[in-house]
Design a binder for this molecule. Structure first.
Ligand SMILES: [Ca+2]
Length: 213
């Protein structure tokens, strides 16, 4: 009887898979916004200029960009969202209200302010985008304009993201009335406490004096 050759298990072990998985994650992290429907030049410039990590979430609904089937990506859109996407893509001129489901509030604001035609025209010179944006535009209301957040690579949708010194200065000015009130209340409290302690001290001294006979 012919002996069966031993079966060799060629499936890689869990340990052997680790370098492949790590490699895939590194490659995925290094890929900028997909080139098919996004404009990765702006993300790449913001990251290079600021030295901060900037992903597609700066302008898009999903941090991996618009291509895919995850929430906020084209493959996941409902028929009504696809209609909204097509309407947004037709906003070639500025001033048109844009509600693209694959863009976030900042991304929609850029298209509203400049129009898609100019955004596309700026792709070879992404550094010019900041100067084109309205200096008063600040979608997260943190006091740092969208243009500055684009230059500095911070999150234009998070009031906690921004240059720390600038945010401290802005919030200090904004809260100056409350800060003054806290200062006055503390000063009044200390003043009252000081007088209370002095009064108690005087009463205590009076009680220690021997009463005249
Ligand atoms: Ca801001």
């Amino acid at each position: 009887m012919k002996k069966k050759p031993p079966v060799i298990n060629r499936r890689p072990s869990g340990k052997a898979l680790i370098p492949q998985v790590v490699g895939a994650l590194v490659v995925a992290a290094c890929i900028p916004c997909s080139f098919a429907t996004a404009y990765p030049e702006f993300q790449a410039w913001s990251q290079k200029n600021s030295g901060r990590f900037v992903n597609c979430a700066m302008c898009h609904a999903h941090p991996d960009g618009p291509d895919g089937v995850k929430p906020g990506q084209i493959g996941s859109l409902s028929p009504s969202e696809l209609m909204a996407l097509n309407q947004a893509r037709s906003a070639y001129d500025p001033g048109k209200k844009v509600h693209s489901p694959i863009l976030n509030e900042f991304g929609n604001s850029i298209v509203e302010q400049l129009g898609r035609r100019e955004v596309i025209a700026l792709r070879p010179t992404p550094e010019a985008l900041a100067a084109k944006l309205d200096p008063a535009s600040d979608v997260d209301g943190d006091g740092l304009g969208d243009a500055r957040e684009f230059r500095e690579g911070t999150d234009p949708l998070s009031a906690q993201s921004g240059n720390p010194a600038a945010l401290f200065r802005i919030n200090f000015v904004r809260q100056r009335f409350h800060i003054l009130m806290i200062f006055l209340a503390t000063a009044c409290g200390l003043f009252g406490l000081n007088h209370l302690l002095r009064g108690l001290h005087r009463v205590s001294l009076r009680q220690r004096r021997p009463s005249p006979e």
